[in-house]
Design a protein around this ligand. Sequence first.
Ligand code: ADE
Length: 231
Amino acid sequence: MRIDVVTIFPDYFAPLTLSLIGKAQDKSLLDVAVHDLRDYTHDVHRTVDDSPYGGGAGMVMKAEPWAEALDEIIAQSNAKPTLVIPTPAGELFTQSRAESLAQTPNLIFACGRYEGIDARVVEHYRGRKDVAEVLEISLGDYVLNGGEVAVLAMIESLARLIPGVVGNPQSLVEESHGLDGLLEYPVYTKPPLWRALAVPEVLVSGNHARIATWRAEQSRLITEQRRPDLL
Ligand code: ADE
């Protein structure tokens, strides 16, 4: 999978060289290229923003550098890319969205800052259905300073679904938001007694059927308490 990220803060993406995502890149399961939006400006100040039409607080990202960057990246894509624009005004990012993005050979993330990107950029690429699919996606119902942190989270959650990235694929099944859509049951390791807290007896019983039943019950209980909307 090829991922292109456009941002005015390329350094934000340094963590993608670490851990499983870094190893996935070493193994060529994933190829991440980060582009500096300012490289697509043509003035001495490398300007990427301007004041909003209609007035109001903050600045808006200019359409021209975005279009220049995106046209170049799209032209270099082997397959029709999916262009993801992180925004608090987007559709909510979910595990099923991560699963569908993990199947996409070419992803482009456009990280907005300030009050966002001139709306004509999305309008333009939405109108060019032959060259890209456009998605506006929100990480959650809160506001970040820009798209970078949201994109890091999205890349991590989708990249771990690419076959070969996570060593044991079974661990992808038995986790929160996994196949049954429930939250994960609690997990324990040694020692069996820690600060007067014992590991639940069933987990040391060696009875795998009982363990499976207990875990399913715990998943349901925790989901009921914390996220009844998932049931
Ligand atoms: N940019 C700013 N806030 C955001 C959010 N909640 N999700 C995605 N991108 C954002």
